[in-house]
Ligand binder design. Structure first.
Ligand SMILES: [Fe+2]
Ligand SMILES: [Fe+2]
Length: 205
């Protein structure tokens, strides 16, 4: 049984071995990349990296399930399903991953849980640790999008600007794919833009 972070290397090792069997190689490497990226950011900003390293291993463990599978699991586990989740069930992979960590590994550190839950959509009430995780998902070493370098620099200069840039990047991607954008993400974007006094709004996106 796992509890706390005293034997964190062992817990991490166990979760990593479990994840490797569960997802594709690409997804597994992405998760390890997020763990590396978030560790660097956590050190830079003085945030405890341990819950975020575990969050990295869990965050996309449900990402390869189909829409119907995600909806069925949410019903089975009584995980909240919003209207937008019915339109885009892929959004559920985040909350279901947090639920899995709790059910199968008895891991429920609130910092780990919220990093996992908000890694896709963000949330206006995000903590610094949530924001670092959100950014790490976009800048991990395996990402090779042309704007990633800019985002990596922003991440080390200004967390809110990096979150905003990450949202703009995924928004462009989602719009071009004709996919649904979570209303909470739009609210977070507006919130960040207002708080930054419009400084980050000159990017035409
Ligand atoms: Fe994800
Ligand atoms: Fe991810």
């Amino acid at each position: 049984m796992m509890s706390g972070f005293d034997s964190r290397d062992k817990v991490e090792e166990e979760v990593a071995a479990w994840l490797e069997k569960r997802v594709s190689v690409g997804r597994y490497l992405h998760s390890l990349g997020v763990r590396e990226a978030v560790t660097g950011l956590a050190q830079k900003y003085g945030v405890d990296p341990r819950p975020l390293r575990l969050a990295a291993l869990f965050h996309d463990c449900m990402r390869e399930l189909s829409g119907p599978e995600l909806l069925a699991l949410a019903a089975k586990w009584s995980v909240k399903v919003r209207d937008v989740d019915r339109q885009a069930p892929v959004l559920l992979h985040a909350r279901l991953a947090a639920e899995l960590a709790r059910r199968e590994f008895r891991l429920a550190d609130p910092r780990m849980v919220s990093a996992i839950e908000y890694h896709t959509t963000g949330n206006r009430g995000m903590s610094l640790s949530d924001k670092l995780f959100f950014i790490a998902d976009h800048i991990e070493p395996g990402r090779d999008h042309p704007l990633v370098l800019k985002l990596r620099l922003a991440a080390y200069e200004d967390v809110d600007r990096a979150v905003l840039e990450s949202i703009r990047m995924s928004e462009r991607h989602l719009r071009s794919a004709g996919a649904v954008i979570d209303p909470e993400t739009i609210r977070l974007k507006q919130h960040l833009q207002e708080n930054m006094g419009g400084a980050g709004s000159g990017n035409g996106a």
